[in-house]
Design a protein around this ligand. Sequence first.
Ligand code: BGP
Length: 469
Amino acid sequence: MKNKFFYGGSIASHQCEGAYNEDGKGLGIMDVVTVGSKDVPRQFHDNIDENTYYPSHNAIDFYHTYKEDIALFKEAGFSCLRISVDWSRIYPNGDDEEPNRKGIEHYRNVARELKKNDIEPIITLFHFEMPLSLVKKYGSWQNRKVVDLYLRYARTMFEEFKGEVTYWSTFNEMNHLDSDVELNDFFTYMNTGLCYSKVEDPARVMVNCAYNMTLASVKAVKIGHEIDPDYQIGCVFGLTPIYAYSANPEDSLKAFKAMDRDWYQIDAMTKGSFPEYKLKAYCDRGVDLVIPDEDKQAFKEGKIDFIGINYYSSAVETALNLSDKEGSFFGGLNNPYLKQSDWGWTIDPIGLRYLLNMIDRRYGLPMIITENGLGAFDHLEDDGSVHDPYRIEYIGSHLKQIKLAIKEDCVNCFGYLMWGPIDLVSATTGEMKKRYGLIYVDRNDDGTGSNKRYKKDSFFWFKATIESD
Ligand code: BGP
């Protein structure tokens, strides 16, 4: 991993593929989620309501357009693309006896198309795409049976793609799941298909889910390494560095402790044991989690090879009660020194350098930026151009900080993958108009539009930037 630096992007199946009921796919938890907006939360349904539009059903139709889209990524100079496999395409109900061959063949075709274009695939096994029936039948991750079913799915993928794919991520952003109510229903739902506000004894359920997912990750890493020792298997985390609001030491301590939520799973996946400080925190919330010997062994044996970092924002924390201050989307408070995106996400390029340093000094493992980008309103001009200087500024300023972290601070970062290189459905709002792409997709929030692709100004800028390294 040392000599390569990957440039490219990340996408997730439920946000781009569409084709929600084709080739044997089962219903996934994101197939029953409505469109929302910055102010209106997405709704989670139990089943498909005929009169409702669900963005994942069509998305941008990447399932059918992947060849043309990959050609555009190639043209933009990409050397890497992170995709996710939708579990419900491989095991439509999650507990089927045999995998769905058509699902496997689809992803094989995508991986081969990427290779043909000299683009290295990174495959995420779980990016909020859980078969809905696992939630209904087993109660999702709180049930250990679901861990076994995930491992069977992971094994299928590792065996099928041996020799074709090198880089894997076991999960995307499971760290947003916690026993604290501060983490809204949305991240709980995306990770589990459960609603925090609707389950009985939510703290206990969330602890069990988060623990079982962490366990599933370490067990999957072991299985993958046994199948192919050359596999590089990591996990992707959504990380938000938290600064102290003031020079008051109490604020520094509060800010430091607020990061435990982001570190504990990385600790569990790199240090060979589930951290004591998290068990204590669970205890304080009334959940006594006892780790069996068999699990202890699993944590020793399933250490990840690299850390994937999704970085969008930083936040601040204070020990004082500042209830008049604005809360940040990912927890903590918004930083008064920093600007925000149109969706209220704080923009902090230096925070990325800070984060890379923290992770490097704490873990010393290879890292890759697996997501970073700006969700913004774009305007398609009559001549098919899209002028997006704000996106160029955002990505450019973050790339500069990564370069400083590598050259000046000697961190081991082996790639930069921007989020949503092609416009796709927003995970948190379900909108199309929250656009991240270098490539514009003519698709609206209600599913109308030609679905045609257009290159934005940022597309040409990104290509030139990669060429000049
Ligand atoms: C991350 C998710 C992605 C992606 C991104 C941007 O948390 O891993 O799936 O969606 O956030 O979020 P949004 O699409 O809501 O703007």
